[in-house]
Write a protein that binds this ligand. Structure first.
Ligand code: ATP
Ligand code: MG
Length: 568
């Protein structure tokens, strides 16, 4: 019933095959992976894939996955991001791989910046071995000297400085003797290498900027390539799994580790293809601009693919994990149809959501043969997928609301809902017939006058009569109001940025619609994080904007994919 992937085996993929092989060979005493976000934004669905892969492997092979803030670029990193990352990771792995979470001895995430002292020593070591030098070229000249993939680079004029001079200059760099950009520390590798990453890459640069974790202790900061492999080494990572764009960095990852005469086992890097879901954007930089420009209401806008937005939207960690499993791990970059994601969400919510009756766009119905003042209660099933969820009473009376869409005065063929002279079943209640259509002076339908077949009660014994359509309803005098926020895809195009297009030109104008829903009275006691299926409408969860006087529901997802019809 539940799609909890923890109960079923995760399919193998090329990375899991490699890990399984290493386990079989006893290559490592323990498998250690890591999830290393840079705290320069909120985590998104792409990160969820990486989290599920790294924690999943740790879980399946009895290992650990370290959470590490990859914080070597102080200008863009903030404590707010560090905190949101921790909350998001915890949310996604709780009850699943919490035991795999590797933290430092103080119970905190690892920080690359905690290794600044060690990294500095490694850099000094490389200088002493004649494998790194202080270079005075400007950033622009460094680029120009580097050449291009089809054109060899040129040696920097500072490449042959003596070890003593380099040690002296590097210590002055650290001491703050030079302004930003005056010089840098570079590895001495090969300016003619076909791999430009090996053309004397930068290891340290000067940045007189305070750091969110180390404060003003440093004015030189290591670059990603230098910090990452050594952070992996220091933490005893066995499998350093990253996305494909780092494949070309791998020779540098290995070069740094191999040129330091390190005593412990070296980590190895493996690459897989990024998750790129359709109809959305997962670049942190672009997400920041959407938040800053007010295109969305904040980082946790339920339309965003951020984990905080996904969480607020009511999607469960289980659904995300099962999606991550379904899309698999490959070396091929491809667009993942968001329908795959939506399918995983529906599958998960179908199993757990409590069914409720609510009407989003109400149309009044009067049952003319039902006594005024009379109230009956009908039994409704809470969740047909889970008998233990039980039943609840729903009140029925003479005046009801149905969904405006469920009535058509001149219906198309095969319209099995309500039409003049037609019959339909009210779910859990009676079959009704539409006798009269009342309109206002503009011709807008304002009320339907119907008669109920009082022998046709659902589950009743007097009549087994059947009609083709069944619609939902609420009793007018018992209904409670709630704000319903109806979300849809943020972009109308599968690839918002295709061929360099500005994503702002393909925003879906109907990505948020707010209506006042009329709900069955049991929803007065609605509580988060319970998910509700408003029958025939979709899945909903209570939003944090709810107050004692006002219920606010977010629609997690509709019951069916309405887009595949529009866009085949
Ligand atoms: P963005 O491009 O959105 O800014 P990033 O790669 O810079 O993302 P990091 O914080 O460096 O973000 O990523 C942390 C980890 O998550 C890295 O190992 C990265 O490879 C992985 N990751 C990032 N985006 C995706 C994605 N779309 N699919 C799978 N893994 C991803
Ligand atoms: Mg990055």
């Amino acid at each position: 019933m539940s799609s909890d992937i923890s109960k079923s085996a995760t399919p193998a993929d090329f990375i899991r095959d490699i890990v399984a092989q290493h386990v079989a060979e006893n290559k490592y005493p323990r498998i250690v992976t890591r999830f290393p976000p840079e705290p320069n934004g909120y985590l998104h669905i792409g990160h969820a894939k990486s989290i599920c892969l790294n924690f999943g492997i740790a879980r399946e092979f009895g290992g650990t996955c370290n959470l590490r803030m990859d914080d070597t670029n102080p200008a863009k990193e903030e404590v707010e991001y560090v905190e949101s990352i921790q909350a998001d990771v915890h949310w996604l792995i709780q009850d699943w791989a919490e035991q795999q979470l590797g933290l430092n001895t103080s119970g905190q995430p690892f920080y690359a910046s905690d290794y600044f002292e060690a990294l500095h020593e490694f850099a000094v070591d490389l200088i002493k071995k004649g494998k790194a030098y202080v270079c005075d070229l400007s950033a622009a000249d460094t680029d120009a000297y580097r050449g291009a993939p089809d054109r060899p680079g040129r040696n920097s004029p500072w490449r042959d400085r003596s070890v003593e001079e380099n040690l002296d200059l590097f210590s002055k760099m650290r001491a703050g003797a030079f302004p930003d950009g005056a010089c840098s520390l570079r590895a001495k590798i090969d300016m003619a290498s076909p791999n430009v990453w090996l053309r004397d890459p930068l290891l340290y640069r000067i940045r007189h900027v305070a750091h969110h974790h180390t404060g003003s202790a440093w004015c030189i900061y290591p670059l990603y390539d230098f910090a990452h492999c050594l952070s992996d080494y220091l933490e005893g990572i066995t499998h350093s799994i990253c996305t494909l764009e780092f494949e070309v960095h791998r020779p540098l990852y290995d070069w740094i580790l191999e040129n330091l005469d390190l005593p412990k086992t070296l980590p190895r890097q493996y690459e897989f293809a990024k998750l790129i879901p359709s109809h959305t954007i997962v670049s942190k930089r672009k997400l920041i601009s959407m938040v800053q420009e007010g295109i969305v209401s904040g980082w946790d806008d339920p339309r965003l693919p951020t984990l905080s937005g996904i969480r607020r939207r009511g999607i469960t960690p289980n659904a995300l994990r099962s999606f991550a499993t379904k899309v698999g791990v490959t070396k091929y970059i491809s667009l993942t149809d968001v329908a795959v994601y939506e399918h995983a969400i529906r599958d998960d919510l179908n199993a757990i959501a409590m069914r409720r009756l609510a009407v989003l766009r109400p149309l009044k119905v009067v049952i003319t043969n039902y006594p005024e003042g009379k109230v009956e209660e009908f039994e409704a099933v809470n969740n047909p997928e889970n008998p233990q969820a039980g039943k609840r009473p729903i009140p029925f009376s003479r005046e009801l609301f149905i969904e405006r869409d469920d009535f058509e005065e001149t219906p198309p063929p095969k319209f099995f809902r309500l039409k003049p002279g037609g019959e339909v079943r009210l779910k859990y209640a009676f079959i009704i017939k539409c006798d009269e259509v009342i309109k206002d002076s503009n011709g807008v339908v304002t009320e339907l006058r119907c008669t109920a077949d009082l022998d046709s009660r659902t589950g009743g014994v007097t009549s087994a009569r059947k009609v083709k359509g069944t619609i939902h309803w609420v009793s007018a005098r018992h209904a409670i109001q709630a704000e319903a926020r109806l979300y849809d895809r943020l972009f109308t195009e599968a690839e918002p940025e295709k061929d360099g297009r500005d994503f702002r030109t393909v925003l879906n104008p109907s990505s948020l619609e707010i209506v006042t829903a009329l709900c069955e009275p049991s929803l007065l006691s609605a509580a988060a994080p319970e998910r509700y299926q408003f029958e025939r409408l979709g899945y909903f969860v209570l939003d944090r904007d709810t107050t004692p006087n006002k219920l606010v529901f977010n629609r997690c997802i509709t019951l069916k994919d309405t887009w595949s019809k529009v866009k085949p």
